[in-house]
Design a protein around this ligand. Sequence first.
Ligand code: ADP
Length: 192
Amino acid sequence: MIVGLTGGIGSGKTTVAKLFSGLGIPIYIADIEAKKLMNTSNIIKQELIALFGEKAYINKQLNKTLLSEKIFNNSEFLKKVNAIVHPEVTKHFNKWVVKQKAPYLIKEAAILFENGSYKRYDTIITVTAPIDIRIARVIARDNSSKKNVMSIINNQWSDEKKIKHSQFVITNTSLPDTKLQVKHIHNKLLKN
Ligand code: ADP
């Protein structure tokens, strides 16, 4: 069984993923794997060089400064980069899945509803928290500005919309309470 774990920026997806991992559940974090693949996959490298030129890589490492500048100034580039990276992450994830031996697996992805990929999961858990708390968490975590965080939030589905399409919802405001919710969902998933 493949469980999708999602939630808006700062909701606490990664925190919740770590709690499931502590219960012995294998976790695939799409963002982290995507960043790794951008440096290791020849297909991604070739396509990014075709899009941005040789300067897309410096000493075989992704030129993150160039990439973020390009994406920041042109949202079409973001779509194109996603179209290059996502299929490779999916292939990599599918290879990872067959190697796991656990009653269920979790894939954490910030973008899951927005791109239609939610249809590929057996069950979806959405992590939520009040928006002001999320903004404060991200500002503290990333040293980011409120404006920046708001622009990311405005590009994601609202919590209400995500909740409607989810089988489980975790309200992550107090950590001890979040741990209880995780344990409860874990027990339910084991019974499936
Ligand atoms: P996401 O992956 O959804 O962006 P994170 O799990 O990285 O969110 O959480 C954002 C920040 O908030 C992190 O610095 C994390 O340590 C902190 N955080 C998450 N959940 C809680 C909580 N329940 N109480 C206090 N801090 C939290």
